[in-house]
Write a protein that binds this ligand. Sequence first.
Ligand code: NAD
Ligand code: 4TP
Length: 332
Amino acid sequence: MTLKIAITPGEPAGIGPDLVVMLAQQSWPVQLVVCANAEMLKQRAAMLKLPLQLLPYDPAQPAQPQQAGTLSCVDFSTEAAVVAGQLNEANGRYVVETLHYVGEQCMSAEFDAIVTGPVHKGNINKAGIPFSGHTEYFAHLSNTPYVVMMLATEGLRVALATTHIPLAYVAKAITKERLHKVISVLHHDLQTKFAIASPVIYVCGLNPHAGEDGHLGREEIDIISPALEELRLQGMNLIGPLPADTLFQAKYLDHADAVLAMYHDQGLPVLKHKGFGRSVNISLGLPLIRTSVDHGTALDLAGTGKADPGSLFHALEQAIYLAQRAKLSHDR
Ligand SMILES: NC(=O)c1ccc[n+]([C@@H]2O[C@H](COP(=O)([O-])OP(=O)(O)OC[C@H]3O[C@@H](n4cnc5c(N)ncnc54)[C@H](O)[C@@H]3O)[C@@H](O)[C@H]2O)c1
Ligand SMILES: N[C@H](C(=O)O)[C@H](O)COP(=O)(O)O
């Protein structure tokens, strides 16, 4: 059976629409349903001098593999005309409407997975909609209390114990309960989504040198180590807490199926240094499959044809793989 994958290009003034047009230049074994403003996509294709035919999406029709140069499309109205490279907060609501639609449709099994392009979080907030990221948005939409953001590139997976919160709040957010939930989701999804029977998870400390025996912070002694100890009793293979700057040495990573970083910028710079443009952001623990690009809106490149579509291709390929796996295990 042919899968249906929903794609949101994200911020219309950014490179998301360009990348989706580039994606459409080859055929795919799945139906690609882009959920965005159709006129804006056509304009962007014209700017890039690339062919694009948008076929109105009809849920009543059986899914068909996508032919090169075409995309199925659910058309959404923007509030204001889109100018490549120029943010307009009037279009913040439009971006969230596309996310709401694909989230609902994926939960009702109309779509098999969602691939998201980059949004501009600031612009959505300026539109009066509190928004910290897709990960939290889909968690909220699906009533998921603990979602896990994981980015993956060849040879490295990095998951985060906390996502988009100010650094000043991170230490308070690292609780035993959070670590239990996050590590359980990560462990479970490495087994079910990535077929790793007994995942080895390396866990970073929070403080420099993982607290240096309590002299540089006590979270490792009071919270992280006890949480890991309890989870090890459940049979999980957890190494740490280790100082992050030690853990990210290659000799440790060679043995890790995933690294758990305590906060966004502890883990993601390393991942992006290793694989920017070839990495995928994967939401774990949601009742839907969602992958995304590893970069932002790159307003400076919108409409120029210079944006690299590599991460979006990886995100789509990863979503197809995960959706096929889910289908197989469901049909079994
Ligand atoms: N998945 C997402 O929705 C996502 C991810 C990260 C950042 N963002 C958002 O993006 C906005 C801008 O963030 P930023 O400026 O820090 O990062 P950015 O990734 O947009 O840009 C940083 C630099 O990388 C370049 N770049 C980014 N993607 C590229 C690509 N595909 N090909 C070639 N060059 C590329 C840009 O031109 C720029 O020079 C922020 O609002 C942020 O929240 C969204
Ligand atoms: N830090 C994330 C990344 O680099 O991919 C980015 O903010 C996206 O987060 P969401 O997928 O939650 O929007």
